[in-house]
Design a protein around this ligand. Structure first.
Ligand code: ARG
Length: 459
């Protein structure tokens, strides 16, 4: 097949090079953005009198037909036509003849691809934001049911202080909220229209760049033609946002994997969200959570890949930049695969609140509260800390928890301890006394939940 750029060449490209050079395999997914961009460009060319209104109308009609043909599965893209841009231009020219050849006036594939990928990434950002919103809704719904489900909170993976499952879930809500915010912020910098940058140095045609930006719904036009064609910061930023989303999912998955172990038994994954072993008949494995944790590495890899691809590229466009697509596309696909499956996994899992409470009661999670009890009776905190340290050491030697010690045992360590100690260090008091903003007390978490619901309403 003759190349659109074949004029200067005496020989055909080697078939291996056609294959090597071609990006249609992966950039065909930008067909809708490419067509939309071309329609806006053609309209502008007509409006500016750069091509005739008749040509412009023919191009627009032809492109619309091509869009529905692609959507109906009637189009086969050609490796020989290299990429989505030239495939569509060829389809157009085959369809409408001469007028189709005027579409590329005042445009280069360099600014065209920059436009397409920005539009594509913004569309995907919206979809991912919607999925995040669904996850946040699921977290809030679950949290509402568990404001009294006491579980141990950990530091260093050692039992620390009691919290509730609702509080734990709402921590992930906060993370998802930041994720959403980051996507919104990244979209601001993606929302810049590069068409008109030409190959690198703009164009002599009197393009109306603002018109094209308006047609396509862009917030601004790029301000430097070299940067317009060579900027891929927005793709790297998005890969960063996606990496952080995966990091959050992965942390939760790691917890769920631990929690569904026999040793913890805090949760049990639904049968529909677990898998068995080919040899060990008793097994029920949290494969979904493990796979999400595993796929996180893949998304991080794409971020690093993109950064590395871009790091040595002189201005302006270089073909290296064709390598931006597969990583960012795969990062998007991976996140879109993980978010809904994660959401369903957590909404279907069984929560073993008895074991969570049992877990909270062990490991002296109320030791700080014993110290706080002494402080409320007048003892300086540092002294109280030392007294309770000794109490814990003693309780370990007796194989008792703190609330199992008798009053006379308590009094050996401090005679200001009275019978009210037992109430003061019950799991419920420990949790519900922590009413500080951001704390795990039921009243505080309910407030956080209602604020979260209000926030979700605004989205
Ligand atoms: N397929 C190319 C890409 O993805 C389009 C731009 C090609 N430009 C060029 N001058 N070869 O980057």
């Amino acid at each position: 097949m003759a190349k659109l750029w074949g004029g200067r060449f005496q020989k055909n490209t080697d078939a291996k090079v056609d294959d090597f050079n071609s990006s249609i395999r992966f950039d065909k997914r930008m067909y809708a953005q490419d067509i939309k961009g071309s329609i806006a460009h053609a309209k502008m060319l007509g409006k500016q009198g750069i091509i005739s209104q008749e040509d412009s109308d023919k191009i627009v009609a032809g492109l619309k037909e091509i869009l529905s043909e692609i959507e109906a599965g009637k189009v086969e893209f050609l490796i020989d036509a290299e990429d989505i841009h030239m495939n569509i231009e060829k389809l157009l020219t085959d369809k409408i003849g001469e007028s189709g050849k005027r579409l590329h006036t005042g445009r280069s594939r360099n600014d065209q691809v920059a436009l397409d990928i920005r539009m594509y990434l913004m569309d995907e950002t919206d979809e991912i934001s919607q999925m995040l919103k669904e996850l946040m809704t699921a977290l809030v719904t679950l949290a509402k049911q568990h404001t009294e489900t006491i579980m141990p909170g950990y530091t260093h993976l050692q039992k620390a202080q009691p919290v509730t499952l609702a509080h734990h879930l709402m921590a992930y809500f906060e993370m998802a909220k930041r994720d959403l915010d980051r996507l919104k912020d990244c979209k601001k910098r993606t929302n810049v229209m590069p068409l008109g940058s030409g190959a690198l140095a703009g164009t002599t045609y009197p393009l109306d760049r603002e018109f094209v930006a308006d047609e396509l719904g862009f917030a601004a036009v790029s301000q430097n033609s070299l940067d317009g064609v060579s900027d891929r910061d927005f793709a790297i930023e998005l890969a960063g946002c996606l990496s952080i989303i995966m990091m959050h999912l992965s942390r939760f998955c790691e917890e769920l994997i631990l929690w569904s172990s026999h040793e913890f038994s805090f949760v049990e994954m639904d049968d529909a969200y677990s898998t068995g072993s080919s040899i060990m008949p008793q097994k029920k494995n949290p494969d979904v959570a493990e796979l999400i944790r595993g796929k996180t590495g893949r998304v991080y890899g794409h971020l690093m890949g993109l950064l590395t691809t871009m790091k040595g590229i002189p201005l302006a466009y270089n073909k290296d930049m064709q390598e931006d697509k597969e990583p960012i596309f795969d990062a998007i696909d991976t996140v879109k695969l993980c978010l809904p499956v994660f959401c369903d996994m957590i909404t279907t899992m069984k929560i073993n609140d008895k074991n969570m409470l049992k877990g909270a009661k062990g490991g002296f999670t109320n030791a700080t509260d014993v110290a706080d009890y002494l402080v409320k009776k007048g003892m300086p905190f540092r002294d109280a800390h030392a007294v309770v340290g000794k109490l814990v050491f003693y309780a370990i030697s007796k194989d008792k928890s703190l609330d199992e010690l008798t009053l006379s045992e308590f009094k050996e360590f401090s005679d200001i301890i009275d019978n009210d100690i037992y109430d003061a260090i019950s799991m419920e008091t420990c949790v519900n006394g922590r009413t500080v903003i951001g704390g795990p007390a039921k009243t505080t978490v309910l407030k956080a939940i209602s604020e979260a619901e209000q926030y979700l309403e605004t989205l």
